[in-house]
Ligand binder design. Structure first.
Ligand code: XMP
Length: 326
């Protein structure tokens, strides 16, 4: 019978045997898969593992703190945060095309990660050790989708910020390869990872950049971050975070409309709410969120985010709409 404790014990023994006394690096994104695979490897080999968290400046409000504080406190994982927002935003300046945004972010992610990786390899060498393994949070459905490749770096770009470098001299540790998402969540709970991370909804690697229709500037990011935090808090307070698959909050930075507030005319941006219900993100329906909850979200966003004077609801299924707007 399936049991999280047994799977953990089995994997821990296996990882220890595979790794020996080598050092291991993990790319921790804050998502469920990387959080659980990283914690599992840490349970097996402790500080032989270093987790690398890249802050590309496109994260949601509180996300970095959640990883740096709550995740580290609950797991003891040795975590390095790389603050590279300036680089990412520099390359994204003036870019509005969705695929170009994705390409830039994917490319810069690899560059940043490789740089840190080289530093860690050098550091290890200096102390007479070597880094030989990379942790991947590959799940069973990913293995099936990508044609069941064996342990080489064969990652669908969609499941990662654009895929990790595949020309590296590392072997992969993929402790979640036989598991489904709900099993991974169970293992995460058993490992003591905070519920907010374990039950986190999917969030795309390119982050808020593909939820801004228009240019990804610091100002636009700040507007979207505030609106998104309000929507998430209200959905959670209404108990809907567990039933909704995910709810992208999108800033139409290229669009303005006229509004009125107090005795003044406003000319602000719309925010789109995109709550969807889905089994696997391949198809989706828009979620019938209760009107009262939508009203609260709308009121709070327009009251608290001065640049936003309109909140609209996306009532399109997938297909024809995708879940994300970009
Ligand atoms: P779409 O918009 O294609 O999204 O209906 C399907 C699911 O994939 C997520 N998504 C991404 N995840 N990198 C990711 O890691 C991406 O570039 C990306 N684009 C979409 C989306 O959030 C949804 O869960």
């Amino acid at each position: 019978e399936w049991n999280a404790g047994n799977v953990i014990a089995e994997q821990v023994a296996r990882i220890r045997e595979q790794v020996g006394d080598s050092l291991v690096i993990s790319a921790m994104s804050g998502g469920v898969d990387s959080a659980v695979s990283t914690a599992l490897v840490h349970k097996a080999i402790g500080d032989q593992l270093t987790a690398v968290f890249v802050d590309h400046g496109l994260l949601r409000k509180g996300e970095r703190e959640q990883v740096e504080r709550d995740y580290v406190a609950s797991t003891g994982v040795r975590l390095i945060t790389v603050d590279d927002a300036d680089t990412f935003l520099g390359h994204l300046a003036g870019v509005t095309d969705p695929e170009t945004k994705r390409k830039i972010i994917g490319r810069e992610f690899i560059r940043t990660f490789e740089r840190v990786q080289r530093e860690l390899v050098e550091e290890a060498k200096a102390s007479g050790k070597s880094v030989k393994f990379l942790v991947q949070g590959t799940l069973y459905p990913d293995v099936v989708e990508s044609g069941g490749g064996s342990g080489t770096a064969n990652i669908k770009s969609h499941h990662n910020v654009g895929g990790l470098p595949d020309d590296l001299d590392f072997d992969l540790i993929e402790p979640l390869r036989t598991l489904f998402k709900d099993e991974v969540r169970e293992i995460g709970r058993e490992l003591g990872i905070p519920e907010e991370i374990v039950s986190r909804q999917p969030f795309p690697g390119p982050g808020l950049a593909i939820r801004i229709v228009g240019e990804v500037t610091r100002d636009n990011l700040e507007i979207l971050r505030e609106a998104d935090a309000i929507a998430r808090a209200e959905l959670t307070a209404a108990g809907l975070d567990k039933t909704i698959w995910q709810c992208p909050v999108v800033l139409l930075a290229d669009v303005r409309s006229v509004g009125v507030q107090g005795d003044g005319r406003t000319y602000g941006h719309p925010i789109v709410l995109r709550p969807v219900s889905s089994e696997d993100a391949m198809t989706a329906d828009w979620t019938r969120v209760p009107y009262e909850v939508l009203a609260r979200i709308s009121n709070k966003i327009t009251n608290q985010v001065p640049e936003v004077n309109r909140v609209v609801l996306d009532v399109t299924s997938k297909p024809p709409g995708t879940i994300e707007w970009e």
